[in-house]
Design a protein around this ligand. Structure first.
Ligand code: ZN
Ligand code: ZN
Length: 117
């Protein structure tokens, strides 16, 4: 039963998405709009720990989470966006990001290994 209800909702969402064509996705971490080019999905509980639920986040927000926490920490303590926001580093990151444009992505990643791109 539950499965059938879920499917019906997702069908409705799909229709709504087609009708509007433009679906605005808000990042739960920084509450700013996510442009399609910056959208990444994050497993609240890491996939390696059996997590299935994902949230769409900005690439920059997503990187920040993984830069600060290990998968074990995420699985144990940060299974919700609320928990993440309680961390002072995340809180100040979000504050800092608040007045940046939605597609802002700091090119500080040069210091990391980004050869693959
Ligand atoms: Zn992630
Ligand atoms: Zn964000």
């Amino acid at each position: 039963m539950a499965g059938r209800i879920k499917r019906r909702i997702s069908e409705q969402l799909h229709e709504a998405a087609q009708a509007q064509q433009e679906v605005i996705v808000i990042c739960p971490l920084c509450t700013r709009e996510i442009p399609e080019s910056e959208m990444e999905s994050h497993h609240l509980i890491p996939k390696s720990k059996g997590g299935r639920d994902t949230e769409y986040l900005h690439r920059i927000c997503h990187r920040q989470i993984h830069a600060l926490f290990t998968e074990t920490e995420l699985a144990r303590h940060y299974q919700s966006v609320e928990a993440l926001l309680e961390h002072p580093e995340i809180a100040s990151f979000v504050k800092w990001l608040a007045n940046k444009p939605p597609d802002f992505y700091e090119r500080a990643t040069k210091s990391q290994r980004t050869r693959k791109r």
